[in-house]
Design a protein around this ligand. Sequence first.
Ligand SMILES: Nc1ncnc2c1ncn2[C@@H]1O[C@H](COP(=O)(O)OP(=O)(O)OP(=O)(O)O)[C@@H](O)[C@H]1O
Ligand SMILES: [Mg+2]
Length: 239
Amino acid sequence: MSRGVFVTGTGTGVGKTVVATALARALRARGIDVGVMKPAETGVTAAGPEDARALREAAGTDDALELICPQTFALPAAPSVAAAHEGRRVDLAAIDAAFETLAARHPFLVVEGAGGLLVPLRHDTTMADLAARLSLPLLVVARGALGTIHDTLATLEAARTRGLALAGVVISHVDGPLSEADALNLRALTDTVIDDLVGVIPPLEPGEHPAADALRTDAILARAGRGPIPAGDRTRLAG
Ligand SMILES: Nc1ncnc2c1ncn2[C@@H]1O[C@H](COP(=O)(O)OP(=O)(O)OP(=O)(O)O)[C@@H](O)[C@H]1O
Ligand SMILES: [Mg+2]
């Protein structure tokens, strides 16, 4: 089995945390000791990293938040931008070290990226590069509403071009119930990606968790184990 999945999306606010936390809960319910990570979180206030906290609660681990989220920044922007704003640079070695520690503690890790797949972590490193660096297949979260066909296919093409493995696509109805036009539009997308579709999160009430069967957890696990990149081939970028 692969060591986990990298939850990315077609952009920011598309439902990555909702999907990542639902997956962590579903794995726990199967008796799998799941660890979680948000390598870099931006828009972090004095209250601490919200995504990291939600992920930890879902996984039910007691790993330190500094381990789950080793890089935090105040500016709500792409990590490279938020880091530069503080005169910093995202520390890839710190992310590697935290990942290795968590991977040694837990047999499966759910890692949530920031923003979409090509968002810069540093000027020379995107989220896609980070997924490759961690040797994790992508779980791509897409919105249900208008605009999702392009955003999703562009994300999948970017993943394919980079040789990244795909653990699946999840549609999240983050924009609420769809109009008839939007529903037909979404159908055109799901028909196209049907072989990779591993979940649909319906419109949720505030604070509501997705139902246990919203994700095809077994399919995600099977696909995550299908094509792990051998350790020797792991992309190592300049630290
Ligand atoms: N299916 C859904 N139905 C209703 N609301 C949703 C749904 N999915 C996500 N949301 C809400 O939309 C907002 C964005 O979702 P979420 O935080 O999961 O996105 P994200 O991709 O993780 O964002 P970020 O890029 O900030 O990490 C949240 O308030 C969340 O509760
Ligand atoms: Mg999030």
